[in-house]
Design a protein around this ligand. Structure first.
Ligand code: ZN
Length: 362
C-alpha cells in the first residue's frame, strides 16, 4: 500500500548533520553512533532502502531555516538573522535537492508537474521487485527565504509547490509560540501564491492568521504536519488545529498530515517516559478524530516530520523506521476502516491533492 509522507526536513538534515538519505537507517545510525548528531536530533528514522520497503512513494521535502533567536547551538547552521541570510539558507537547501536528484536519479526525483507525478506513480505500480525512485515535492516551511512576494516566481521555477508562511512568527504572519495575524506582506505573499496555484500549508501558522487565510486565499489549503487540538487539551502552545480550523480546512477539501511524534500525540509525554509509553494506537486516535469530524476518510494523511528535530527516541514504541508506518494498516482496519479508506489515509488523499494542484506540465 503506497504511503505519502507530507513532511520531512531532508535538506535541513543533509546540510546540518551531513546525513545522506541514499543510505539505510542502519548505516546512518552506525556512522553517527557515539557522535553528537543523535544527541541533537535523535537517531534517524529515514533512508532510501526504508522508503522502498515502506512503499513511501512521495515525500513533501522541506526547505527549512529557523530565525536566529531560535538557534540551538553553534552547530545549528541553518538559521538566519535577516532576509538575505534566510534566502541563502533556503537556496542552499534547494541546491541540495537538485544535487541529490542529479546524482541519484534512480533513487530520488523532483515532482514539479503532473507529468513528474505520473512518472513516479508508474514506477510504483510496476512489479514489487523493481527499485523505484521516490518523488520529492518541495515545500517551503517558514517563508522568510522569499525576500519579496514577487520573488515567489523564482521559487516556483525552481520547483517549490507548497509554502507555509510561518514556523515561528515571520514577517508574513504569527507562528508557533509567536501569535499574530497575517501582515500586509503576508496578504501579498498569499496573492502571489494564488497566481502560481501554489498550495498553502497552514501548519505552524497562528490561528488568527489561519482564519484570515481561510477567508482570503482562493487556492488549495493543507496542513502538512499538525495534530487536532481537541486531543491535546492540556497543551499551552498554538501549534495544533482547533475544530473550527479543521472544519474550515475540510470544507475546502484540505488534508491534515498527522505526525507520529510522541509529544504531539500526548502532551503529557516526556522523553524520560521512554518511547514505549506511547502506542501507535494513539496515531490512529488522531487520524480517527479528523475522520469523525469530516464524516469520511478523505481529509487526513500522514505527515511524519521524522528527523525534524526528533528521532527514533521520540516516536511510538512500534516504530523503528519509516517502514513501520505500514503497521497502521491493520490498526485502521481493526477500527472499522475499509481497504479503500485505509489506502486513502496512507497516501491516497495526498495523491488526490497533488493530482488536483500540480501544474499539468512545466
Ligand atoms: Zn514544522
Amino acid at each position: 500500500m503506497i504511503v505519502v509522507d507530507s513532511h520531512q526536513d531532508l535538506a535541513w538534515n543533509m546540510l546540518t548533520f551531513g546525513r545522506d538519505y541514499t543510505r539505510s537507517v542502519e548505516e546512518t545510525r552506525q556512522l553517527e553512533a557515539g557522535g553528537k548528531t543523535p544527541l541533537r536530533n535523535g537517531d534517524t528514522l529515514l533512508g532510501w532502502p526504508e522508503f522502498q520497503r515502506g512503499e513511501v512513494a512521495l515525500v513533501f521535502a522541506t526547505l527549512f531555516a529557523a530565525p536566529e533567536r531560535h538557534k540551538l547551538g553553534e552547530w545549528d547552521k541553518m538559521t538566519y538573522a535577516n532576509t538575505t541570510e534566510a534566502h541563502r539558507s533556503y537556496s542552499a537547501q534547494m541546491d541540495a535537492y537538485e544535487r541529490l536528484v542529479d546524482e541519484h536519479p534512480s533513487k530520488f526525483q523532483l515532482v514539479q508537474s503532473l507529468q513528474d507525478f505520473n512518472n513516479i506513480l508508474a514506477g510504483w505500480e510496476a512489479p514489487a521487485e523493481a527499485q523505484t525512485p521516490v518523488g520529492l515535492v518541495i515545500l517551503m516551511e517558514g517563508a522568510e527565504g522569499v525576500r519579496e512576494p514577487a520573488e515567489l516566481e523564482d521559487w516556483w521555477q525552481r520547483g517549490v509547490r507548497l509554502v507555509g508562511p510561518a514556523w515561528a512568527g515571520t514577517r508574513f504572519c504569527g507562528g508557533t509560540r509567536e501569535p499574530g495575524p497575517l501582515t500586509a506582506e503576508g496578504f501579498a505573499l498569499l496573492e502571489s501564491m494564488a497566481e502560481f496555484d501554489m498550495t498553502l500549508d497552514l501548519s505552524h501558522m497562528d490561528e488568527q492568521a489561519v482564519l484570515q487565510a481561510l477567508d482570503d486565499f482562493p487556492g488549495p489549503l493543507v496542513a502538512t504536519h499538525s495534530n487536532p487540538q481537541a486531543l491535546l487539551k492540556d497543551s499551552d502552545i498554538n501549534r495544533f488545529l482547533s475544530d473550527r480550523v479543521l472544519h474550515g480546512l475540510i470544507e475546502r477539501d484540505g488534508i491534515v498530515g498527522i505526525p507520529p511524534y510522541n509529544k504531539f500525540l500526548s502532551w503529557e509525554w516526556d522523553p524520560k517516559h521512554g518511547r514505549d509509553a506511547i502506542s501507535l494506537e494513539l496515531v490512529v486516535d488522531h487520524i480517527d478524530y479528523i475522520c469523525q469530524l469530516s464524516g469520511d476518510a478523505k481529509h487526513v494523511g500522514i505527515g511524519t516530520d521524522f528527523d525534524g528535530g526528533f528521532g527514533v527516541q521520540s516516536v511510538p514504541g512500534e516504530i523503528d523506521t519509516i517502514v513501520d508506518l505500514q503497521l497502521l494498516i491493520p490498526l485502521l482496519k481493526k477500527r472499522g476502516y475499509t481497504d479503500d479508506d485505509t489506502a486513502a489515509i496512507m497516501g491516497g488523499n495526498w495523491l488526490r491533492q497533488l493530482k488536483e494542484s500540480l501544474p499539468r506540465s512545466i
